[in-house]
Design a protein around this ligand. Structure first.
Ligand code: SAM
Length: 250
């Protein structure tokens, strides 16, 4: 399981992009003081933290199947109800929340449709359910440079699913019975101080791309690193990644 790693390792690998994405997602869902919110697939708490800032810890719940991520999320300001579990079988009561979201999580669910139906079930009728997925198919995800390098060096590798092209998440929201479904694209730009600062977090086996890198023999891994270096330079450099965001009313 590629997410059975420390929250710290995840934050250095992906949290550096998912935190700013979660900030834009909070604004786009128009989360307002007084609401109750659920963060599904919370990881170490990228979106949870934004929700706590806006709503207060006692109005925020979070859930994730990874025990170390649940522990990391529980270490945020106390008071957040953080549980271990999956989207497909949420332990929460019907109509418990004014907003529920999963970012970027749906493409990791075993059964994305069942997961979205659960998000709809626990959200009050008329309130927003939302989700984000990086634009994997369009090569605008944070790890796109590495995929380009892998194409050259190790083309037979396993990759992350590319079915999540524009429109796929909207279609799934409709099938889950959500109403007034609409989508947008959210871009985040992160400045990397140096090439090594960008590359090093990929060496710890986090997520599918981390597993792929860890599974390469040392010579291939060095070829991927060298090709990425050629593409990115020594740094500092800005990396812009784009996610599809979708919302629908329960
Ligand atoms: C890319 S991380 C996103 C974490 C966090 N939301 C963020 O924005 O950084 C994907 C998360 O989905 C979780 N996950 C995987 N399968 C899941 C499922 N079936 N239900 C809920 N979460 C799941 C993983 O444990 C991981 O924390």
């Amino acid at each position: 399981m590629t997410f059975e790693v420390t929250g710290e390792a995840y934050d250095r690998f992906m949290g550096r992009y998912s935190r700013p994405l979660a900030g834009s997602f909070t604004d786009w869902l128009d989360v307002r003081a007084g609401e109750r919110a659920l963060d599904v697939g919370c990881g170490p708490g990228a979106w949870t933290e934004h929700l706590v800032q806006r709503l207060g810890a006692d109005r925020v719940s979070a859930i994730d199947p990874s025990a170390p991520f649940v522990a990391a999320c529980r270490a945020l300001p106390p008071g957040v109800d953080v549980r271990e579990g999956t989207a497909e079988a949420l332990p929460h009561e019907d109509d418990s929340f004014d907003v529920a979201g999963a970012c970027p999580v749906v493409h990791f669910m075993t059964d994305p449709l069942a997961g979205l139906k659960e998000l709809a079930r626990v959200t009050r009728p008329g309130c927003w359910v939302g989700a984000t997925v990086w634009d994997i198919a369009g090569r605008r995800a944070p790890m796109a440079t590495i995929w380009s390098a892998l194409d050259k060096v190790a083309p037979a590798r396993e990759t992350e699913s590319t079915e999540w092209s524009e429109g796929h998440l909207e279609e799934l929201f409709e099938r889950a019975g959500l109403h007034h479904v609409d989508g947008t694209q959210l871009a985040v730009t992160v400045t990397h101080a140096s090439f090594d600062e960008w590359w090093e977090p990929y060496l710890h086996g986090v997520g599918p791309i981390g597993e792929t890198i860890a599974g390469l023999d040392p010579e291939r891994r060095e070829q991927v690193r060298a090709h990425c270096h050629e593409l990115s330079g020594d740094g500092p450099f800005d990396l812009t990644a784009v996610a599809f965001a979708v919302r629908g009313r329960a």
